[in-house]
Write a protein that binds this ligand. Structure first.
Ligand code: HEC
Ligand code: HEC
Length: 262
């Protein structure tokens, strides 16, 4: 994560511009600034008219874009996931997961620690509604056999090993299913690998039954590598929106779907 310090400097600059008047006397850390900026802005926004409120909201979430990308909100580099255009129920679940310790990334946890469900939902709706282009895919640095294995696991699964296809839940176009299942394309390979690591060691959890954690137990490190390499080397289709939820039962039950409603 060589660019982290750069990003932290950027968050600091972004936030310093907006919160120095509140925070000047105390020792200012980026996390403190982020939190204070969110809370400070939320107090003043209450009195404003509807359009002003929308502007204020955009300003309040501006610090999020330092990591979740400003320039058209597109990146395939490194570890920072895109949040623009993901299903809003999925985003809401994740914000709650950070708040309640089911996912761990200190700055995320700190940021949402004191925010209400209503506020988290508003942020989820805001980012979910953003329609921004995706960058071109990155060629995968693995051999052809691994790529093919990744493709087969994704689109077909492996019946002999009772592995469902990723596409059965993430949609035929792999762009997700609204409201709670995210798309799988346009995510950095490092981020994909890291999520499987987190499901395996229990540091990323969802409402029970946690289908992704369960599925991860059946995948070998080679499976994960192959799937991450293949997914991150695929272009995002022109229609990148999540599809509607299918009526048929999913191959495994996922508590996170029930959490936001089908
Ligand atoms: C310093 C960088 C940073 C800032 C600032 C930041 N995030 Fe994050 N965010 C991350 C990282 C890194 C992850 C992935 C953590 C992990 O692997 O679990 C993440 C994950 C997320 C996720 C889950 C994404 C997914 O696809 O599962 C959501 C939603 C999110 N952030 C929303 C926000 C919002 C809203 C804000 C502003 C209030 C914000 N973030 C500010 C770094 C940041
Ligand atoms: C039974 C349905 C189901 C199947 C099969 C499934 N997923 Fe998922 N997946 C989900 C759900 C539901 C979520 C949201 C979990 C949450 O809320 O944390 C998810 C989340 C994810 C995420 C998180 C994306 C992000 O932005 O952080 C990744 C990555 C992922 N799945 C990859 C895969 C891959 C790869 C496969 C195939 C090997 C697969 N999934 C198969 C249901 C499924």
């Amino acid at each position: 994560m060589g660019c982290l310090s750069q990003i932290q400097t950027r968050v600091r600059m972004l936030l310093a511009r907006r919160s120095h008047e509140i925070l000047a006397p105390v020792k200012i850390t980026p996390t403190l600034l982020l939190l204070a900026s969110l809370l400070g802005a939320s107090l003043s926004a209450g009195a404003q008219q509807a359009t002003a409120r929308a502007d204020a909201f955009a300003q309040r979430v501006a610090p999020c874009l330092a990591c979740h990308k400003t320039e058209g909100m597109v990146t395939r580099d490194g570890y920072f996931p895109r949040i623009a255009g993901k299903p809003s129920g999925y985003l809401f679940n994740q914000l709650r997961n950070f708040r309640e310790g089911r996912r761990n990334y200190p700055l995320m946890t700190y940021t949402v620690a004191h925010l209400s469900d209503d506020y988290l939902r508003e942020m989820a709706n805001y980012f979910g509604a953003i329609d921004a282009p995706y960058p071109p895919p990155v060629a995968a640095a693995v051999d052809k056999a691994a790529l093919e294995r990744g493709r087969l696991l994704t689109v077909q699964g492996d019946a002999a090993r009772k592995l469902p296809a990723c596409a059965a839940c993430h949609g035929e176009r792999l762009t997700g299913m609204a409201p709670a299942i995210p798309g799988l394309l346009g995510l950095p390979r490092d981020y994909l690998n890291a999520q499987f690591g987190a499901w395996r060691n229990g540091s990323r959890r969802a409402a029970a039954p946690d289908c992704m954690a369960q599925l991860t137990q059946s995948l070998t490190p080679d499976d994960v590598n192959a799937v991450s390499a293949w997914l991150s080397s695929q272009p995002v289709p022109a229609n990148s929106h999540p599809q509607a939820m299918v009526k048929t039962p999913l191959p495994l039950e996922c508590g996170s779907i029930a959490e936001v409603g089908r």
